[in-house]
Write a new protein. Structure first.
Length: 454
């Protein structure tokens, strides 16, 4: 039977075998985790921590429901590591229990790591965090400041290649666990000199700062859009040039409501092509319900679909001919309109009541009874364009964020392996010195002249 460390050791050995095939440049050396600069060290995880600096959470029986207090010392749980926050959680122990479990107490600067479910997530306890202990789903690390820079260790621990060393995938499928503690303690940690650790951490922290700024801006854009929808879709605020009164009509008066059925599998494909150009939509939110493609269409462009099973009442505007299946509701306009306006209004303002007694679902007659505000068609279009422009701005920011994440991954691969150096290596310094010593005064003069000419 394979033990908990074999999967991790196999990956390390695999990395080692790949490393054997790599050419070792001058100033580098081959190790069990690959080719790294000569000045860099490899230490076991236990050796970059203080004495007794790796502590697994207590057995579940040590923290029972009856031991919790209304207030006192915080019990840190898995969510604190996953969501990187010390504010989450409402479990506490009193002074007596805290003293009894002092071995599991955390101090500012300690790292806590999730050990089950969503595993391998790391969070550093901030200076202002409340005193407390870890529960059974966490592991605590206290690193040696003279060996490893906190920020470098944090970044290294989150790196995909390091995560592969500490996560046991030998069970197959979705079942993953933290490797056994014996393997965890001996996990290899690549350590540049402290000055270079700090330089690497600073460079990657700058990228993290950019990502955080982009996330904040995206959240702000979404909040602005929500506020705009509240005003524009209800008529509380009007766009310049529009003052005509709005009407109120039932969905059934504006749209022909039908439910999707089956599709012809002999005329469908998983891939869109010239021979199968029309999308097939089902009840689902992933990819806006896209199921496949076919060579015929049953519904017109400019229609709306509404999810009628599972997550109910989510509307999507469809701008191409399509086929609806699985009882997905289709609203085809009876009159001239901009259906994007009504799709936005349904998502923002209508909460469909579930009338069926069995599996929750919506029906076409039920949906047809709901009322909608009806601005003049030019105003519908103007509101839709305004909201669409906001979506485009948010989408552009999301693309930039995603691209920045890819850039960060590339930087980590280069910096954490030493392929790119932020601090000049000792070998390079020595080589420069040797070159200077071997150059004659005349050669130096010619070299300086060439530099000026360049």
């Amino acid at each position: 039977m394979m033990n908990s460390g074999q999967g991790t050791m196999g990956s390390v050995l695999g990395n080692g075998r790949r490393a054997l095939a790599e050419e070792v440049p001058v100033g580098y050396k081959r190790t069990e985790v690959g080719v790294i600069p000569e000045e860099w060290d490899i230490m076991q995880l236990a050796d970059v921590c203080t004495s007794q600096g790796i502590v697994r959470g207590p057995f579940g029986g040590s923290l029972k429901k009856e031991t919790f207090a209304t207030f006192g010392f915080k019990v840190y749980e898995q969510r604190n590591a996953i969501y990187k926050s010390c504010e989450i959680g409402s479990y506490f122990v009193d002074q007596s229990k805290y003293a009894e479990m002092h071995r599991f107490s955390v101090s500012p600067g300690d790292f806590i790591i999730s050990c089950s479910g969503t595993i391998g997530r790391i969070f550093q306890i901030p200076r202002e965090a409340p005193q407390g202990i870890i529960n059974q789903a966490l592991l605590k690390l206290t690193t040696d400041q003279e060996v490893v820079c906190d920020r470098y260790f944090y970044i290294l621990f989150e790196w995909d290649e390091f995560q592969m060393r500490i996560i046991d995938s030998t069970q197959g499928g979705a079942m993953k666990n933290l490797v056994g503690m014996d393997v965890f303690r001996t996990t290899p940690v690549v350590l540049p000199p402290l000055s270079e650790q700090r330089a690497i951490a600073e460079a990657l922290s700058d990228v993290d700062g950019l990502l955080a700024a982009l996330e904040a801006l995206i959240a702000k854009k979404r909040a602005v859009k929500q506020a705009a929808m509240q005003q524009l879709l209800t008529g509380k605020s009007r766009l310049p040039g529009f003052s005509e009164a709005w009407e109120t009509k039932r969905i059934g008066d504006l749209f022909e409501s039908t439910a999707g059925g089956d599709f012809d599998s002999t005329r469908s494909s998983d891939v869109q092509s010239d021979s199968h150009p029309y999308p097939i939509y089902a009840n689902g939110l992933s990819q806006e319900g896209l199921y496949g493609f076919c060579n015929y269409a049953e519904s017109r462009p400019g229609s709306i679909t509404i999810t009628a099973r599972g997550t109910l009442g989510e509307a999507f505007y469809r701008d191409t001919p399509f086929v609806a299946i699985g009882r997905l509701l289709v609203l085809e306009p009876k009159v001239r309109m901009d259906a994007r306006f009504f799709s936005s209004y349904i998502n923002h303002s209508i909460h469909f009541a579930v009338e069926s007694t069995g599996v929750p679902q919506l029906t076409a007659p039920q949906v047809a009874r709901y009322s909608l505000p009806v601005p003049p068609e030019p105003e519908q279009r103007a509101i839709s364009e305004t909201l669409s422009d906001m979506d485009a701005e948010t989408a552009a920011l999301e693309r930039r964020r995603d691209k920045t994440r890819v850039v960060k991954q590339g930087m980590m691969q280069q910096l954490l392996t030493g392929r790119v150096r932020l601090v000049k290596s000792e070998v390079a310094v020595k080589q420069t010195a040797m070159n200077d010593l071997t150059l004659t005064p005349k050669c130096k003069e010619e070299e300086n002249g060439n530099r000026l000419l360049q």
